[in-house]
Ligand binder design. Sequence first.
Ligand code: PLP
Ligand code: ZN
Length: 389
Amino acid sequence: MAPRLVCYDCGRTEEFPAKRCQCGEPLWFETDPSGFDWPDPSVPTLWRFVDLLPTDPPSGVASIAGGTPLLRTENLDGYTGCRLWLKSELGNVTGSFKDRGSAVALAWAANRRDWVGTVSHGNMALSMAAHAAASDVGCLVLVPEDIPPVRLENMALFGPLVVRVAGEYGQLYYDSLDIGRDLDVEFVNSDTPLRVAGQKTVAFEIMETIEADAIVLPTSSGGHASAIWKALRELSAAGLIDTFPALHLVQAAACDPIAEAYRDGRDEVRGVVPGETIAYSIANPDPPSGNRALAAVRDTGGSVRSVDDEAIREAREALAARAGMNVEPASAAALAGAKDLAADGELQATDEVVVIATGCGFKEGYAGTVEPQRLHRSDLRERLPALLR
Ligand SMILES: *Cc1c(COP(=O)(O)O)cnc(C)c1O
Ligand SMILES: [Zn+2]
């Protein structure tokens, strides 16, 4: 009963655990959504969609992924210029949507593999390490040489085997798939089939709640965008939605290979030489699902654009000041993108727009400073009224 994989592009099928099609494009799981209906809402996690997932529900931390809130944030309508909703992925156990993919991956790998692996220097590594630890599976994490120490510290708590790899980091995605096959390590990279299966559930949750006109998300590898597209196709095949919300992808201007291909009207994404950006979680210069993400955008009537670091910083502050949420810069990029889309008339004031808050901002601190007022206890009653004015 090995589940089958299929190529979105050429339609070729493969047996799991293949990851890429012979044509070079990424594979995803073949599913049969006919007869699928909105599931019992009393299961508060992504596991209520188990009928469209490649594995049974697990126990432990992987059992609580997903089921995140969809917040209507009126306070940001004026800022963005549309009816704004935030799908907050901050409440997942390691603070990002990556936990959806890791949960499904480890649900599959527990009792089947001694090791899982990933190529990541950020949220995905943290998420895989946590879920592997809870599943009693070893976790191999390949990180770049120049990884900031704070990210190693966050990860270290979960005890993964971390290997700093010298040499071209972009190629490591492909190297890891070869090495994983030979050494029986199940690599769960940014867009591999198990991850995409888990991450598609975010779109099920959005569409079961509202009829979104548009979904705006920050994009790097294209794995998340692919997953959302897959979910929409499944919901459409099941007859549960009539039209697709437009998928709008947002990249950081310093590293925007998918946006560049979109601007040039190409179907194929070419690697770029990356510049520096504060949005480190969306800085993949050679996205393995770039072409698939572009196909998703074209199929749903969406777009790809990029925003610079200043706009990202401003959006992050607006989110904190107006919605009370601390997101990481990558997530703020999506809000900045939504604002530009509305300004350009691609989103209307009456559109229901969902921005995905992909990751929480507490992990690496925030470079702002608070200058506290200083008072003695005995002066509080007398001097606070002036400050509260
Ligand atoms: C991984 C990540 C992204 C990018 O997702 P892709 O699937 O690589 O396109 C965006 N935001 C955050 C917080 C992430 O961790
Ligand atoms: Zn193919």
